[in-house]
Design a binder for this molecule. Structure first.
Ligand SMILES: [Zn+2]
Length: 147
């Protein structure tokens, strides 16, 4: 299945997960989680995609409880609600910083985090809460090491 939700994104790429597949976890968002993913895509990802004029690859989007546990996500992760994605930057730090700065200056968001792990892998975590469902704090974290 391939269900477009905006010009450049499908709903499937927002919950696809190699880890879920490898571990036999069915990682499917429910209706509310799907709505959150659609808002996140419409208000953040698609505008970013259009402004950057280059593909935006999702490293990790929605995570069910089992998947969140499997990848070591925090218990209250916004990934569980379909409100957060990690943008894959493929080791291109310049590109990642460009996306990070664009989101910070131009787009609505709840949390924007420049994350990396001890293996030297970097990605951009961004979350968005549709105003009917809560408040966007516009919290920016410049450098977070994920254990
Ligand atoms: Zn994340």
């Amino acid at each position: 299945m391939n269900t477009p939700i905006t010009m450049h994104f499908t709903i499937e790429e927002l919950y696809a997960s190699a880890t879920a597949k490898a571990k036999g976890i069915s990682n499917k968002p429910n209706v509310q989680q799907t709505i959150n993913l659609v808002y996140l895509t419409a208000y953040v990802l698609e505008p970013l995609r259009v402004a950057m004029n280059e593909p935006i690859k999702i490293g990790s989007g929605f995570r069910c409880q089992a998947l969140n546990k499997a990848v070591g996500g925090v218990y209250n992760s916004q990934h569980l609600k379909g409100q957060a994605v990690d943008l894959c930057i493929d080791g291109d730090l310049k590109k990642g910083k460009k996306w990070f700065d664009y989101i910070r200056k131009n787009l609505p968001f709840d949390q924007l985090i420049w994350e990396h792990n001890s293996k030297g892998s970097y990605w951009v975590h961004v979350s968005y809460v549709y105003p009917d469902f809560g408040r966007n704090r516009r919290q920016v974290i410049e450098n977070l090491l994920k254990k």
